[in-house]
Design a protein around this ligand. Structure first.
Ligand code: FAD
Length: 453
């Protein structure tokens, strides 16, 4: 396939910028910032690009992920994971996620290895590797005393553990938000004798042979993990807020899996009681209950807080108004198609840092943030849904695109996302292999052909 390399837009400013993380967000941030001629250093504590998509069989020393002293494993992928979005709409806007070369996984919902290959190709195609310092963890980011620039303290992971202190004009935080587990609160759990873990540390079903397993949650991971475990476990019980209809109820097509309501309590005799009145004796509870935003390296002297998983205040979920534009956050929104969204955030960020695109005044940004919070309240959503974009991701994408002078996100992509989401709910067992939107696939490939220069 021909190159998609965008033409450089040299900026009159030449800034020295630090990017934290070389996952999808950090890679596209580096590309966009370098396009404008800025000096970019990407700090990556792992040994390779890809972030979440670097699968490892390793798990953390605390399977529940609550011990602050545990060893941290970044990725939350399980071995059997295939994407939950169709590849045509999942990829970056100008670098389609289409099968490339031989030996890959050409399926529409491919395995995690294929996504990693795609990100590696992206990094290589745009010459990003030279900007990345691998095995280098950012330990602290703080403002200089005069408040203008940022001090970045980093440490070599392994090796000599060399420490560095450097000064940058700006910091772009792309550290991901699927590593720090959120746990369900369960009455009586401290006395319950079974094991607990978070989906962050789930890899394969073998440890659960003949066990009675409770899976808490209804996210894509909860659906996948319950099915994966059910292949070898004696019983699987899914505790979920969003199950409709009578519970407990057998999961269709499974002899050993049941839906329940949420958990009422756990007892010292090993039983777990659900709000639907049912009781099971379980060996293990797997919390598929999501993750927390976590920036342990960042010191903003109280300007920015994370309260009930709301990162605040953030203008358009990217800039803390008081520290804009030198501090920014890429990729916080969830319930989205992440790659195109982070690509647009980065194009906007790059334009702002170069002075091509204007940011409103600090007070105006704060007003916008307040209006955002009011919308959240009017919807009756808790703070922790502040970055849940389920009902306006495309509005947001198109707003960013407009700021950058780009066309809105393609209609076929928007439609495909909606159709695929419905199909996932309607056919949870087979949505990755059975669909009715071939006409959209055809449209997407026609669109990609026109992108090739
Ligand atoms: P990450 O990929 O998490 O990258 C962050 C990087 O920052 C990592 O490499 C990490 O090592 C590095 N880092 C963190 N802290 C530091 C530090 N202090 N110093 C240096 N480096 C640091 N998205 C889809 O589009 N399709 C899917 O099907 C899909 N499935 C998913 C399934 C699961 C189980 C999960 C958890 C996520 C899934 N996602 C999916 C979302 C996925 O997270 C995003 O697609 C995307 O990979 C996020 O990229 P990121 O760069 O923001 O974060």
């Amino acid at each position: 396939m021909a190159s998609f390399a965008p033409r450089p837009i040299p900026s009159p400013l030449h800034l020295r910028l630090a990017v934290v993380g070389a996952g999808a967000a950090g890679l596209v941030a580096a590309r966009e910032l370098r396009r404008e001629g800025h000096g970019v250093v990407v700090f990556e504590r792992g040994a390779s690009v890809g972030g979440t998509w670097v699968y490892t069989p390793a798990v953390e020393s605390d399977p529940l992920g609550t011990d602050p002293a545990r060893n941290i494993v970044h990725s939350s992928l399980y071995k059997s994971l295939r994407t939950n979005l169709p590849r045509e709409c999942m990829g970056f806007l100008d670098y389609p996620f289409v099968p490339r070369g031989s030996g890959g996984d050409a399926r529409r919902f491919p395995s995690h290895e294929e996504v990693l290959r795609y990100l590696e190709n992206f990094a290589e195609e745009f010459g990003l590797i030279e900007s990345i310092r691998f095995r280098t963890e950012v330990e602290r980011v703080e403002r200089e005393v005069d408040g203008k620039r940022w001090i970045v303290k980093s440490r070599e992971v392994g090796g000599g553990g060399e420490k560095k202190r450097e000064v940058y004009d700006g910091v772009v935080v792309c550290n991901g938000h699927y590593t720090e587990p959120r746990i369900a609160e369960i009455s009586g759990i401290d006395a319950w004798p079974g094991n607990q873990m978070h989906s962050h540390n789930y890899r394969v079903p073998e440890p659960f042979v003949n066990q009675a397993v409770i899976v808490i949650g209804s996210s894509a991971s909860a659906v996948d993990i319950s099915r994966d475990v059910a292949r070898l476990a004696k019983e699987v019980h899914i505790a979920s807020r969003s199950v409709t209809g009578r519970v407990p109820a057998k999961v269709p097509s499974y002899e050993n899996m049941w839906f329940h309501s949420t958990i009422e309590r756990a007892d010292r005799d090993g039983s777990v009681v659900f709000h639907d009145g049912s009781l099971v004796y379980a060996d293990v509870i797997i919390h598929c209950t999501g993750y927390k935003y976590y920036f342990p390296f960042l010191e903003t002297n109280g300007v920015l807080t994370v309260d009930d998983n709301q990162v605040s205040p953030l203008y358009k979920h990217v800039f803390p108004p008081q520290l804009a534009p030198s501090l920014s956050f890429i990729g916080l929104p969830w319930k989205v198609i992440p790659f195109p969204l982070v690509e647009l955030q980065c194009k906007w960020l790059a334009g702002i840092l170069s002075g091509r695109i204007e940011l409103p005044l600090e007070e105006e940004m704060l007003k916008d943030v307040k209006a955002d919070y009011q919308r959240l309240e009017m919807k009756g959503w808790p703070k922790r849904y502040a970055h849940n974009f389920s009902d306006f991701q495309f509005e947001y994408d198109d707003w960013l695109a407009e700021q950058c002078g780009l066309p809105p996100v393609e209609d076929w992509r928007k439609e495909m996302y909606v159709v695929a989401s419905k199909n996932r709910v309607a056919r949870p067992e087979v949505y990755r292999d059975e669909w009715d939107d071939d006409h959209l696939v055809e449209q997407s490939y026609k669109y990609f052909e026109n992108l090739v220069q």
